[in-house]
Write a new protein. Structure first.
Length: 418
């Protein structure tokens, strides 16, 4: 893919998708560190405050498929608009709970947090579906990487803004800031002038569909085989902050030092996302996934093999490089395997592979810590990532994900039709 084509993709999806995604990422990122603090302030016990996070995850898993069916019924763009609007409403309810301080405030706050789970699920699925609908396959890797990058950037900016607000204002101010960000994201979706080129490209792609494409079903065997590798990637991603924190404490690091290391790792990931997006479209999905998992897993294994502070820093750097290269790979592969009809419903099923890793990863780490040791837990997570890399490579003839040759043909065909 030429540099000009890459710029065209980013310009096409910037206002309709990337900018709202960043704003919503800032909103969610600002609230994430203070959710437990807000619950405690409203009178929740420590156990209940911690359980709220688990309730959010369980709710998201339960509503994923119904939300996908809803998106297919109302349409991708409509679902995105409804989701951002609903996010404003749920955050406003949390503000009312924090500001009123009534006996019912805690229940109201918990209700607002739980209701935000299906709202964010709808947003995430709809934005993936609308990008898959509009961006051609040979440019999809960079588009999905940029999409994932906006949320990551928002999750970095959000806590910084929240921390600055808390220096001067009470806790509810963070939620008010988040509501304004969500409101701004909703407003961007209504500015037709900013969305005109995106809407025109979507309409052109829909008109160009062939009867074979419309009749194409889902290759469920390929979905299951590719999903195994995605589960290992999700497990590594959710386990990384847990393991880094525990290993840092084991080495005698302070909380501030561990937080700084995590922040540096996040910055490395952001830097590596652009090359990762290019690799997805230039080399293909399977080589990029294999590279991501292999480097990621190696980073985990380096920590117990090099049990010093320097080893942790290097291991974190290697992990961040691998994770950054694979940013958006799960969304890209999901879009590649999705059918033209019922795309959002399929993506909701595909998302459950990631959710399975996110729920099972911490449980597996806890079990290993109880039955073995921290170095064993780290090694198992790293080994799982390396196994996922080998698995993705072994099943490549069956999954038949877009590779270098097919993506090049798609680019040539689009160039010839222009």
């Amino acid at each position: 893919m030429s540099r000009h084509e890459g710029v065209w993709v980013y310009r096409l999806i910037f206002w309709p998708v990337l900018a709202p995604s960043f704003l919503l990422g800032v909103a969610v990122g600002a609230m994430a560190p203070v959710l437990v603090l807000a619950a405690l302030e409203l009178g929740a016990s420590q156990a209940l405050a911690a359980a709220i996070v688990a309730i959010i995850g369980a709710t998201a898993l339960a509503v994923t498929v119904p939300v996908g069916l809803f998106i297919d019924r109302v349409g991708d763009r409509t679902a995105m608009t409804l989701a951002t609007g609903a996010a404003v409403v749920t955050i406003t309810v949390a503000i009312v709970a924090l500001a009123s301080r009534q006996p019912w405030s805690l229940a109201l706050f918990i209700g607002s947090v739980v209701l935000r789970a299906p709202v964010m699920t709808a947003w995430n699925l709809a934005r993936q579906a609308v990008v898959a609908e509009t961006v051609p396959a040979h440019q999809r890797g960079q588009a999905m990487t940029a999409l994932g990058g906006t949320m990551r950037a928002g999750n970095l900016v959000g806590p910084l803004c929240g921390a600055a607000l808390l220096l001067l204002w009470p806790l509810w101010s963070v939620f008010a800031f988040s509501a304004l960000c969500a409101l701004a994201a909703t407003g961007l979706l209504f500015v037709k002038r900013l969305n005109r080129a995106f809407d025109a490209e979507t309409a052109r792609n829909r008109a160009a569909r062939t009867p074979d494409e419309l009749a194409q079903g889902v290759r469920w065997r390929a979905v299951g085989l590719a999903g195994v590798a995605i589960v290992t990637l999700a497990t590594a991603r959710v386990g990384q902050p847990i393991i880094v924190a525990l290993w840092g404490v084991h080495l005698g690091w302070t909380a501030a030092q561990i937080s700084l290391l995590v922040a540096v790792g996040a910055a490395v990931e952001l830097v590596m996302m652009m090359p990762g997006g290019y690799l997805k479209d230039a080399l293909g999905r399977t080589p990029t996934l294999v590279l991501c998992l292999a480097v990621y897993g190696t980073g985990f294994l380096m920590a117990p093999l090099w049990p010093t502070s320097a080893g942790l820093v290097v291991a974190m750097g290697v992990m961040s490089v691998g994770n950054g290269l694979g940013a958006g790979i799960n969304m890209t592969i999901g879009a590649d395997l999705s059918p033209v009809r019922g795309r959002a419903r399929f993506l909701s099923i595909w998302a459950m592979f990631t959710q399975a890793g996110q729920l099972g990863g911490p449980l597996a780490i806890s079990a290993l810590l109880l039955t073995a040791s921290l170095p064993v837990a780290i090694s198992v997570v790293g080994g799982a990532a390396l196994t996922g890399a080998a698995w993705a490579l072994a099943v490549a003839p069956v999954t038949r994900l877009p590779g270098r040759a097919s993506l090049r043909r798609g680019a040539d065909q689009q160039a010839g039709s222009v």
